[in-house]
Write a protein that binds this ligand. Structure first.
Ligand SMILES: NC(=O)c1ccc[n+]([C@@H]2O[C@H](COP(=O)([O-])OP(=O)(O)OC[C@H]3O[C@@H](n4cnc5c(N)ncnc54)[C@H](OP(=O)(O)O)[C@@H]3O)[C@@H](O)[C@H]2O)c1
Length: 286
């Protein structure tokens, strides 16, 4: 039986992962925390908790994920997404725990030719405050001797997310406008949970693993696909990122190319579901 300390249990990923891991009663003993019970920016509190529990795995699902908010609240974003990951690493090292840190495609600038996908060994160059602070989190996660950094993208699940927002919009509008020049892989929290569980099971070589659903699309094409699946007739109008920025000048710049190669994940025997199958499954509950 392996003990797991899961921090950020209240979040979109954290809540699903926590209930899944808790159900594997023969494999894992799960201790989970929320912002209210453990603020990961508090080094002493983190060390006290980790030393008391002595977990085998520490999974960090906590983050400051408001991409536009990170631009205006940089200090908070840096504290939660960057510095606090160092607290978890330091504590993990003290008890010999393996840290599983969730990161993002936003560590890249997205300028790579859209015919290509980013591999784990490519040099990050974040353009947004969110990306910069998450990259700091990656650097700090590496300080734990045993670590996995799982970079995901375009995440949706049980919480506020793009799919839900567009489904809600379709109920009141005849037409929605969606950005058509950003490329990536929509990723369901269920698929990400499956990847995390397989990483925990297989314990491959420590390092970074790109962890999204299989297949690539654009936000525009994705919206037309899940509207079709749901039989929604609302018109989807493509717009460029430039047009979007003109409509919402305060919004943070998003990478044009968020494609993450899954070759390394495949090399350790992990094969995520295709994004269309994943969203079909998700829509059964929506
Ligand atoms: N959502 C995406 O599209 C996306 C894309 C790529 C990568 N990711 C990464 O995936 C991971 C999970 O994302 P998510 O969408 O599940 O995030 P989420 O729903 O925003 O959940 C994050 C959780 O962290 C908590 N938290 C914030 N500050 C904290 C602190 N100082 N100490 C402890 N907990 C704190 C939040 O609490 P409050 O809600 O009370 O503030 C929230 O419950 C994150 O690492 C994120 O960066 C997400």
């Amino acid at each position: 039986m392996k003990k797991v300390l899961l921090v950020g249990q209240d979040g979109m990923l954290g809540s699903e992962l926590c209930s899944r891991l808790t159900s594997y009663t023969d494999k894992y003993e799960v201790v989970s925390t929320t912002l209210q019970t453990l603020d990961i920016t508090d080094l002493e509190a983190v060390k006290t908790k980790v030393n008391a529990e002595k977990p085998y795995f520490i999974i960090n699902c906590a983050a400051y994920t408001n991409v536009d908010g990170c631009e205006t609240n940089y200090d908070l974003a840096e504290a939660v997404n960057g510095i606090a990951v160092g607290n978890l690493s330091e504590a993990a090292k003290e008890v010999g725990a393996t840290l599983i840190q969730i990161s993002t495609d936003y560590v890249f600038d997205g300028k790579l030719d859209v015919e290509k996908a980013y591999t784990e060994d490519m040099i990050p160059n974040p353009v947004s405050a969110y990306g910069k602070t998450k990259l700091m989190g990656e650097e700090n996660a590496k300080k734990a001797e045993k670590y996995y950094i799982l970079r995901t993208a375009w995440l949706y699940g049980q919480g506020k997310n793009f799919v839900r927002t567009m489904l809600n919009a379709s109920q009141t509008r005849d037409e929605v406008t969606v950005v058509c020049d950003q490329h990536g892989s929509p990723t369901s929290t269920t698929t990400l949970c499956e990847i995390i569980e397989q990483i925990m099971e297989k314990e491959p070589e420590y390092g970074i693993y790109h962890s999204t659903n299989e297949g690539f699309t654009t936000w525009y094409e994705f919206t037309t696909q899940f509207y079709d699946i749901k039989g929604i007739k609302t018109k989807v109008k493509p717009i460029t990122s430039e047009q979007y920025k003109a409509m919402y000048p305060q919004s943070s710049d998003r990478p044009f190319n968020s494609k993450l190669s899954k070759e390394k994940l495949h090399s350790v025997g992990i094969y995520p579901t295709n994004y269309v199958d994943a969203v079909k499954e998700y829509l059964k509950g929506e």
